[in-house]
Write a new protein. Structure first.
Lengths: 215, 10
């Protein structure tokens, strides 16, 4: 495992921890899209079905369990916690699941490398992860006074994607048989989706102003 | 392509 991959995983983990701390600490999930969180949970479930059949390393198994556990916890808090659920911006979080899930499913069925349940679901998870942030970005545009933690959450998530691309470039040159067009294409698309957000994030940081995305 | 290589990533 190279340094980019490890740093990417840590950013990913940190983003989730930041979000969990925000939600449980201030008892508020204002500005957070439940749709994005549920889509990520679906991504993890469909991707990590191989958790007991395909052992890679203790690190991988532990991280998979942590991602499944923490994203389940986030969805649980937002949906069922007596206090936290009252702070969810349900009326603003209007993105349609089907708009992201259906194309991902069709593409997975059309392009899966092998037609086994695990492989098709894994391919589905790659497509879905690429677009799962969209409800969150739309919600951010609609939210006035985005708090720092929400901005940092999306920033950390975007950093994770950027670092994974560096990891792939590194592996491309150091591993002979490392050729994964599907994963790379989706990863690049996913990172491009963040570009606009990054631009305004850095702008607000540079000017020492609160983050606000133009509608 | 190699369908299993990326399964070592998260």
């Amino acid at each position: 495992m190279n340094v980019f991959r490890l740093a990417g995983d840590m950013m990913h983990l940190l983003s989730i921890v930041v979000l969990l701390l925000k939600i449980t600490g201030i008892k508020s999930c204002r500005g957070i899209s439940l749709k994005t969180q549920e889509l990520y949970l679906l991504v993890f479930i469909t991707r990590y079905l191989d958790i007991f059949t395909n052992f890679v390393s203790l690190y991988n198994t532990v991280m998979k369990l942590v991602f499944l556990g923490t994203s389940s916890a986030i969805v649980y808090y937002m949906r069922y916690d007596r206090i936290i659920k009252l702070t969810y911006d349900k009326e603003q979080d209007t993105f349609k699941y089907l708009l992201l899930v259906a194309p991902s499913a069709v593409l997975a069925l059309a392009t899966s490398h092998v037609y086994t349940v695990l492989e098709v679901l894994w391919t589905f998870s790659i497509y879905l992860e690429a677009v799962a942030i969209m409800p969150q970005l739309v919600l951010l545009q609609r939210t006035q006074n985005i708090d720092n933690l929400t901005g940092n959450y999306v920033f950390l998530l975007g950093s994770y994607r950027g670092l994974y691309i560096l990891n792939w470039i590194y592996r491309f040159f150091t591993e002979k048989h490392y050729r994964q067009w599907l994963v790379w294409t989706c990863g690049v698309v996913q990172t491009i989706i963040y570009c606009d957000f990054f631009y305004y994030y850095f702008l607000s940081w540079q000017n020492n102003e609160k983050l606000a995305l133009p509608a | 392509g190699s369908e299993t290589a990326s399964k070592d990533e998260l």
